[in-house]
Design a protein around this ligand. Structure first.
Ligand code: MRU
Length: 359
């Protein structure tokens, strides 16, 4: 994959990231517009959405048209540039732009990437400059860095993946969920590209089926051997197929290593303990939140009950029932064997080592 470190003005298009496996770019900048592939339509349709309006990008994030913690962080950076262009901000972040940035911040609460990236934009020197151009250049840098981080995660992860590995994963952590290449899925991809034999069990990931729709789509395109399982089959799968490791991504990792990720991840971490299987978390530095002392400080998004009582337009539960719909859960640090980051592998004791590597 070649990624561009683009520097330029609003109407220049970014060079395309050419993924050798033919995977589309999750997000790019073309002629003054943000372009994404609509992840809610996959795998049925490869539909692209484009807009100059930051509010559209906010809607795409809320509705999971673009999703995955690093990808929504990148989308937040481009949305901030669009907002600054729309407002015509120059030399400072004025009250109107601040209010737009708050809207972007509030799209989804759990992934810290949005907040880390907005804080990064907030530290830029915009005096005497177009804020839109300054944010846009930074968004391009962030995108290139996230892709590079994923590739490094893949390389660091190689030492953990044995040949003939049986790996179980949850949700979707591939190229579309990042800037390209992927975190947990990037680690699996790197092992496959290094010539190791890997076979994957992909949880379907209820209720929105990121595993069935996106992980299966990406693994198929990459030519990696896999089987799709329902979330409830992870226990029997670990036992019957001698799973060597579980590797997942993260939406927010607290200073002590407690990790928020797609709901159901916590269950897997407990199952791993019961089966003495290492439970790994692959995530870039942009997914760590050292201001959160533990998982208690991580806000957990609750989604609309419709996402559980129906799928697309098909109702699957009776009308008028009550539902609990957390989108994420927290796996305790104690259950995590190691974190694979672009800065290296972080092992226990996490409080000290996370601070050393990420802080
Ligand atoms: O609700 P989603 O689909 O955005 O949830 C995504 C996840 O939980 C991913 O595992 C996580 O963001 C890591 S993506 C590299």
């Amino acid at each position: 994959m070649t990624s561009s470190t683009y520097q330029g003005s609003r109407n220049n298009s970014q060079k395309v990231n050419l993924d050798p496996a033919g995977l589309p770019d999750p997000i790019k900048w073309v002629n003054g517009e943000v372009v994404i592939i609509d992840q809610t339509r996959l795998p049925l349709e490869e539909k692209f959405l484009r807009s100059k309006n930051y509010r559209d990008v906010c809607e795409w994030i809320k509705s999971l048209r673009i999703r995955g913690a690093p990808a929504i962080g990148i989308a937040a950076a481009y949305a901030s540039a669009l907002a600054a262009f729309e407002i015509g901000s120059h030399g400072k972040v004025d009250a109107r732009l601040e209010s737009a940035l708050r809207e972007i911040n509030d799209t989804r609460p759990t992934a810290v990437n949005i907040r880390n990236i907005l804080a990064r934009l907030g530290r830029l020197d915009v005096s005497g400059r177009s804020v839109g151009d300054t944010f846009l250049n930074e968004a391009h840098k962030i995108l290139a860095e996230e892709i590079e981080s994923c590739r490094k995660i893949g390389q660091f992860g190689l030492e953990l993946v044995p040949d003939d590995a049986v790996i179980l994963t949850h949700c979707h952590t591939g190229g579309l969920a990042t800037g390209g290449y992927g975190t947990a899925l990037g680690m699996i991809r790197a092992a496959h590209e290094a010539g190791k034999k890997v076979s994957v069990f992909a949880d379907e990931t209820r209720p929105l089926l990121q595993g069935a729709r996106l992980t299966a789509w990406e693994l198929k395109k990459l030519g990696i051997e896999f089987k799709l399982i329902v979330d409830g089959a992870s226990g029997i799968t670990m036992k019957k197929f001698k799973v060597n490791m579980v590797v997942v991504g993260a939406d927010r990792i607290a200073a002590n290593g407690d990790t928020a990720n797609k709901v159901g991840t916590y269950n897997l971490s407990v199952l791993c303990k019961a089966h003495s299987i290492p439970f790994y978390v692959a995530a870039p530095a942009s997914s760590f939140d050292l201001s959160a002392a533990s998982g208690e400080d991580i806000p957990i998004e609750e989604r609309n009950s419709d996402e559980i009582t129906s799928f697309r337009d098909c109702r699957s539960a009776p009308e008028g029932i009550s539902v609990y719909a957390p989108a994420f859960d927290v796996s305790p640090a104690d259950n995590v064997a190691a974190f694979i980051t672009e800065k290296g592998i972080i092992r226990k004791p996490f409080v000290e080592n996370i601070k050393k590597v990420i802080g």
